[in-house]
Design a binder for this molecule. Structure first.
Ligand code: SAM
Length: 214
């Protein structure tokens, strides 16, 4: 085993499984995706510690446990088409790509998206589709989605994204003020939309037409 493989196995056991995540496919995805490839060179030594890391341009790669918790909430099936808003480093999209049929990910900062695209190519992730745009508008060309994950903090639930969720679809998004938010879980069925808050988090702001002003 390489040093990174050992650290990754340790991270999954001590920070993900130990905190109650037991979904086998998700744990396997977290054991497989090489987080060190998604962080800047000088951060690689810290890639398997359970905290967010800076990725440049005032943005972050999320804490591994939060990636696992949000992914777990979405209960992704092999046939699902998933929309992610906030590609950032691309790590979360890579985890989703192991679980879903197709992943559509939108990022507003072009250099970050270009870097993530290069990593996807190097790693051979062919089911991740990328768009440089304001993700608060979603990606209507490919909607409706079975699951939507927003990885930046919104002041309120963007209706555009709820509209792009399929009936039977699940969504997770941090909603609150700029310093602290609740993770909000949304489930859409024939009757409408069901909303549940479940934990406090701290994300960078979702900036756009239906988010914070830049
Ligand atoms: N999912 C990312 C990862 O795995 O590295 C972490 C995302 S980082 C916490 C939040 C990202 O959301 C940033 O890259 C930021 O530029 C992006 N973002 C903020 N507002 C956005 C918007 N309206 N549309 C698309 N991306 C946005």
């Amino acid at each position: 085993m390489t040093e990174f493989e050992i650290k990754r196995a340790h991270m999954v056991k001590n920070h993900i499984q130990a905190r109650g995540i037991s979904d086998k496919r998700l744990l396997e995805a977290m054991r497989t995706v090489e987080r060190q490839k998604f962080v800047p060179e000088h951060q690689k030594a810290y890639a398997y510690e359970d905290h967010p890391l800076p990725i440049g341009l005032e943005q972050t790669i999320s804490q591994p446990y939060i990636v696992a918790e949000m992914t777990n909430t979405l209960k992704i099936k092999k046939t699902d088409r998933v929309l992610e808003i906030g590609t950032g480093s691309g790590y979360q999209a890579a985890i989703l790509s192991q679980l879903a049929a197709e992943v559509y990910t939108v990022e507003r900062i072009k250099p970050l998206l270009e870097k993530a695209q290069r990593v996807f190519k190097t790693c051979g992730y062919t089911n991740i589709h990328t768009l440089h745009s304001d993700g608060t508008l979603g990606w209507s060309d490919y909607s409706p989605f079975d699951a939507i994950m927003v990885t930046a903090a919104a002041p309120k639930l963007p209706q555009t994204l709820v509209d792009q969720l399929a009936v039977g679809g699940r969504m997770v998004i941090p909603v609150g003020d700029r310093s602290v938010q609740s993770l909000v879980e949304i489930y859409k069925d024939q009757q409408g939309v069901h909303v549940k808050d479940y934990s406090l988090v701290r994300f960078v702001p979702l900036i756009g037409q239906h988010g914070w002003k830049g």
